[in-house]
Ligand binder design. Structure first.
Ligand code: 6PG
Length: 243
């Protein structure tokens, strides 16, 4: 089986949030010391909320240099930022509105409006931030995994999985009958560190498949997260861990 990263199993979802917050703080310090800034991609869904809340409180809130921290998003639903389904809204309520981060450091993916135009605009923002790089070298990318093996808004069988040139695309998601905006596989796979947070018994079977099965001719999107020059860690609780 191709090693697709290291698996760390924690006794509870709470312990996963602590480890994830520790990783965020340490990568932030390391990145800022080395390059004067820290770029991090936040994932949506429900799993990361606990981590974001933890980061909004001491000791983390005090430790992190928010003025040099730049927040990006891995994906966004086709909804406005105040919608209950908005990944931005979740991150903003749990973390961003609670820490002294300059508003200009938060690069929101616009879920409202035309998805293709929003994806192109987000890519332009990213390219401006990363200069003339061929691919964004994100310091840290948080990802979750759906029970169908999707990650970000890269769903099984969706067109975005074939994208090799763009950094951000609007991806039609048949199961939800909607477009979602998402970072592409190459954009994620050029990151320095990828951190999957997966908790709960509902993910056990799929996680075992993602980690243990040889990617078939239709690999699960989470199996395709293989940083070219970076690391991927799976922080999971015992409930989700493969037995
Ligand atoms: C989203 C996320 C998505 C999420 C998984 C897991 O927009 O929903 O980016 O990729 O990480 O669906 O979601 P849960 O954490 O809610 O299980």
């Amino acid at each position: 089986m191709k090693q697709i990263g290291s698996l760390l199993v924690f006794p509870s979802a709470e312990a996963v949030t602590r480890a994830a917050a520790d990783r965020f703080a340490s990568v932030a310090a390391e990145s800022i010391a080395a390059r004067g800034r820290f770029s991090v991609v936040l994932s949506g869904g429900s799993t990361p909320r606990g981590t974001y809340r933890r980061l909004a409180n001491d000791p983390y809130a005090r430790q992190i240099d928010w003025a040099k921290t730049f927040i990006f998003f891995g994906d966004e639903r086709s909804v406005p930022p105040d919608h209950p389904d908005s990944n931005f809204r979740m991150a903003n309520e749990a973390l961003l509105s609670r820490v002294p981060i300059p508003p200009g450091n938060i690069k929101r993916m616009a879920g409202e409006g035309d998805p293709n135009a929003s994806a192109a605009a987000y890519e332009a923002d990213l390219r401006a931030w990363f200069g003339r790089a061929d691919w964004p070298r994100l310091d840290l990318v948080f990802l979750g995994m759906g029970d169908d093996g999707h990650t970000a808004s890269l769903f099984p069988g969706s067109a975005a999985l074939q994208e090799t040139a763009r950094w951000v695309v609007a991806n039609w998601v048949e199961k939800f009958h909607t477009f979602r905006i998402t970072l592409t596989l190459p954009a994620i796979n050029h990151a320095a560190r990828v951190l999957f947070l997966v908790t709960g018994a509902g993910k056990t079977e799929r996680l075992a498949q993602v980690l243990n099965d040889e990617p078939s001719d239709a690999p699960l999107p989470s199996q395709l997260i293989q940083p070219l020059e970076g690391t991927v860690e799976w922080l999971v609780d015992e409930a989700a861990a493969p037995k």
